[in-house]
Design a protein around this ligand. Structure first.
Ligand SMILES: [Fe+2]
Ligand SMILES: [Fe+2]
Length: 293
């Protein structure tokens, strides 16, 4: 086991490298333009449609998400105009944001990280977090979608920017039977929650969001973000419990008691019952997520 002094020095080394990652992968141009337009209050639907339809694969992805069980819309959304009308600018902005992050962070699958599994896990967690936030009326389903989508982003950062260390983490887990979180601390001096926080904070996301990401395993420490962190933790746990879109990093994930209570489940059985009722939604949302490959 790593001692505190070693941990601190590894942590400082990791932070130094993180701070020097200036060449974050670029966000595709159309997505960048779209996000800019969406941020401008004077933008008209027409201007936006013109930019989005320049990228037909982006159009297809937006429509797939708009029609996915997550939104449970009555009518089929077949055009960007209609998607903007029924979902609204801010929802479309969330969708375009996560798609662009996924696009710029996609890396090649190797023996150490299966990209397809990782993004499916991210997408399903984001989707279910939004749905849970809406159904339990915790507020701000949009933020829950992004936070859920990005919760394990630190893993992707480790894989991309610290590849040899990432390999060491995986080997440590395989050879010593310790958890991923322990192995991350051993090698990096910090875990993927903190790594994710660092990145999202640099992108200037709201503090509640970055803080929820950095406490998705221990929402009780999330301060002002405890509620959002609880939603993210719960969504993450649901993928593991239902074994749909789950990810090996979460193998040992236990349902956090504070999160369970905050979300209104008196007992573990009540939480389990709620989760079971989402099984079908998960299955069909996973089906809708085929576009990720
Ligand atoms: Fe995690
Ligand atoms: Fe996760």
């Amino acid at each position: 086991m790593i001692n505190l002094v070693e941990r601190q020095s590894k942590r400082e080394k990791t932070e130094l490298v993180l701070m020097n990652i200036y060449n974050l992968p670029p966000i595709p141009k159309v997505m960048q333009e779209t996000i800019q337009l969406l941020e401008n209050k004077n933008t008209r639907t027409n201007d936006l449609t013109k930019v989005i339809i320049k990228d037909q694969s982006l159009v297809a992805k937006i429509l797939t998400i708009a029609n996915s069980p997550l939104y449970g819309l009555q009518r089929k959304v077949t055009s960007i105009d209609f998607a903007l009308l029924v979902l609204g600018f801010s929802e479309i902005k969330n969708i375009v944001s996560v798609l662009s992050m996924m696009e710029s962070f996609k890396n090649k699958t190797d023996n150490y990280l299966d990209q397809k599994k990782f993004w499916l896990h991210s997408f399903l967690t984001g989707s279910v977090c939004k749905r849970v936030a809406d159904d339990l009326q915790t507020g701000n389903g949009g933020e829950a979608f992004i936070a859920g989508f990005l919760h394990d982003m630190g893993i992707s950062v480790m894989h991309r920017f610290f590849h040899s260390n990432f390999v060491q983490v995986v080997n440590l887990v395989n050879n010593e039977g310790i958890s991923y979180a322990e192995a991350e601390i051993e090698i990096f001096g910090l875990d993927h929650q903190e790594m994710g926080y660092f990145l999202v904070d640099r992108w200037n996301f709201p503090k509640t969001l970055s803080s929820a990401i950095s406490h998705h395993h221990n929402p009780e420490k999330g301060g002002d973000s405890t509620l959002l962190a609880s939603v993210v933790h719960f969504g993450d746990y649901m993928t593991q419990y239902l074994q749909i879109g789950n990810f090996e990093w979460d193998t040992n994930l236990q349902l956090n008691e504070v999160a369970r209570k905050i979300l209104g489940f008196e007992t573990e059985e009540a939480a389990a019952k709620f989760i079971d009722s989402y099984k079908e939604l998960f299955e069909s949302q996973k089906e809708a997520a085929r576009f990720l490959s």
